[in-house]
Design a protein around this ligand. Sequence first.
Ligand SMILES: *Cc1c(COP(=O)(O)O)cnc(C)c1O
Length: 456
Amino acid sequence: MKTIIEPFRIKSVEPLRMTSVSEREALLKEANYNLFSLKSDDVLIDLLTDSGTSAMSTKQWAGIQMGDESYAGSPSFYRFEQALRELAPFKHIIPTHQGRAAEKILFSIIGQENDKLIIPNNTHFDTTRANIEASGSQALDLVKQEGLDPQVDLPFKGDMDLKRLRDLLETQAELVPIVMLTITNNSGGGQPVSMANIRETKALCDEFNKPLFLDACRFAENAYFIKQREAGYQDKTPKEIVQEIFSYADGMTMSAKKDALVNMGGWLALNDDNLAMKARNVLILTEGFPTYGGLSGRDLEAMAVGLEEIIEEDYLNYRISSTAYFGNALDKLGIPIVKPVGGHAVYIDARAMLPHIPPSEYPGQALAIEMYRLGGIRGCEIGTVMFGQQPDGSEKLAAMDLVRMAIPRRVYTQSHIDYCIECLEEVNANKNNLRGVNISWQPPMLRHFTCHFEPK
Ligand SMILES: *Cc1c(COP(=O)(O)O)cnc(C)c1O
């Protein structure tokens, strides 16, 4: 059967506020055409991010009631620690309030020794890169060449380029304190990394005596892609695949706002006693006591349950199939998307879709505005608006102008997705009438969050 049924039913509902096109035109104007400035009550389908937007289960809400708020030694911490060890048996598990706090702690202790270190990864996520650079080190992206081409349809476009990693280690091993792999590769379109590549990256790390850390925010989605696409894994359970993935790692950073199915949380986990001791010392300064990190006991309970639910096969099948269903439908309509469809989002190539809008007039922003105007759908421009502003104030075109539609976990049903497809079909039919935008005001950095636009 073709229909993807959500492997859950709905017990508690959150009403959506319907708005008309003319209302949304007024709201856009008021927001200076910046979708970050909209009130989320005015958004019908919010695909701005999959981070912290998951719906929790009845079991997670029950866990919230069970949360023990003791300052030290809470049973909620031990339940969380045990749930994580079941998948990733790291010796030291250190909760933090979100992923970037784990990164900040890890890189501040690694960067202390020497300020010209190099940290390779397939592709660093923005906060990972920023935390490495803030510690004085260099963040180096070594994803395979194919991972940079939005049109090639290959199963594991998140794979590390092992030849370039070997070159780096052969020439500058003393400057490389750890090697990282981001699963799935978020900045590369949510593309997975193969088990073979994880295994070979670990073998290379062993050869040069370097620890391998996973930025594992979407580890379960990555495991499901391995099950579907990599020979030898079809008959394994997601849990077995996840366990094998973590067996190759010496540590991990995690945003629990992704594949732990909670709204806030994260952790750093690792085997090295000395690094863990230093990490806990920083943790106490910036996050809290080691058995709560920056979290409440109830948050730890919800994460523990989330870690059991995220590896359920029916959930993962629904998750990966429904994202693919969305992307493949747009592809059939002739809307150019980044291929293959990743785990957590569909990316439209706005530059290819709107060739009459020059990249200097932000085709991604023009498309994102139109999706909201016509359908109340909020996506996110990932292109020249986000990356084009240079530190000296000049403007440089981004490599691509994309609009990302990230799918919150367990939140929207297939009919919501069908509605989005219908809306994009109409946007596509009238695309020649779309016009670009100007930026009429911008702050000195990170302009995409607050800048003002004006339609041409
Ligand atoms: C979200 C994310 C982070 C940062 O996590 P936060 O919880 O948002 O701080 C780091 N790496 C990747 C790959 C992510 O997707």
